[in-house]
Design a protein around this ligand. Structure first.
Ligand SMILES: C[S@@+](CC[C@H](N)C(=O)[O-])C[C@H]1O[C@@H](n2cnc3c(N)ncnc32)[C@H](O)[C@@H]1O
Length: 289
């Protein structure tokens, strides 16, 4: 029996995706996943015939992506973050490239603010897949990293990522910083990419985001700022005297989050970092004794 060649199926899949307004590169990502191959390996065997069972599974996934808007990362079960592969499923937000900037900024500031001799305690609040906490722990092995999330399902994914990637992270299930407050834990660094999308903006998000990613990971109340406001009463209870706070924010939120931090910590140096398009991305507050 004659089977379709890989390049023929790929060609058909790319047109199918294009026709439905989806990115054509999804075809390559999905076929590599089904063939258990890297991109380079795929290109070396484009003229081979595609096994019928694999073709069916591949087409079924393409249809889920086009018809049900399931993100390709959930279909293949992983996403790259800071050069590492993180497991993802619909219980967690797919880590975004923008959040890599937050990790980079935090690593730089930790090096500048804290002496190499003292242990630095860091907590990632709302860890999701664990992308931030695990990356910090792997990039700077001397950090003592903990992470919290309100969702036990998210924490399962984060724990699996920590274990597979060989990172030591202590996980806590609970509301914002409450697990640490109750354990009377103090930390040097609080980092968070909390839900920050205003309620009314959810309707205008792409179906891939609003129908598939957990709403609890996205919505930050009426104006998107609920989580930052709630942080202001909890941060003073966990932070040591010399400390760093780093929050990812949505476009247009930097000024208000900076104001909240300045009001809560009048001695702090607060600054907003912008992305290459000039949108506010991260607010940092550095407290010195
Ligand atoms: C925007 S996602 C960020 C996920 C991950 N840190 C990242 O950057 O990819 C926000 C996370 O906050 C968690 N979350 C929502 N409400 C929370 C709460 N009250 N306390 C702790 N975590 C919460 C969600 O479950 C979700 O994992």
């Amino acid at each position: 029996m004659n089977h379709n060649k890989i390049y023929e199926v790929l060609h058909w899949a790319s047109s199918f995706l294009k026709e439905h307004g989806k990115e054509e590169r999804v075809a390559e990502l999905l076929i590599c996943h089904h063939l258990h191959m890297t991109r380079a390996q795929l290109f070396a065997c484009l003229r081979d015939e595609l096994n019928e069972r694999i073709e069916k599974a591949f087409v079924a996934d393409l249809e889920k992506h086009v018809n049900d808007h399931i993100p390709v990362q959930y279909l293949i079960g992983s996403e790259q973050f800071y050069g590492r592969e993180f497991i993802v499923n619909p219980a967690v937000l797919i880590p975004r490239p923008e959040t890599e900037e937050l990790v980079e900024g935090v690593l730089k500031r930790i090096n500048r603010l804290f002496s190499k001799q003292e242990p630095v305690d860091v907590v990632d609040v709302g860890t999701g897949s664990g992308a931030i906490a695990v990356t910090l722990a792997l990039e700077n092995r001397s950090l003592r990293v903990s992470a919290t999330d309100i969702s036990p399902e998210s924490l399962e994914v984060a724990k699996e990522n920590a274990q597979r990637l060989g990172a030591e992270v202590e996980f806590w299930c609970g509301d914002l910083l409450q697990p640490l407050i109750q354990a009377n834990r103090k930390v040097d660094v609080v980092v968070s990419n909390p839900p920050y999308i205003p309620e009314e903006d959810i309707a205008s998000l792409s179906p891939v985001v609003k129908n598939c990613e957990p709403l609890r990971a996205l919505v930050g109340g009426k104006d998107g700022l609920d989580f930052y406001r709630r942080f202001m009463s909890e941060l003073p209870l966990v932070l040591k005297k010399r400390a760093l706070v780093a929050f990812e924010v949505g476009a247009g939120q930097g000024k208000e989050v900076a104001r909240l931090l300045g009001q809560t910590f009048p001695q702090a140096d607060v600054d907003v970092a912008y992305d290459i398009n000039g949108k506010d991305r991260i607010v940092y507050a550095e407290m010195k004794p």
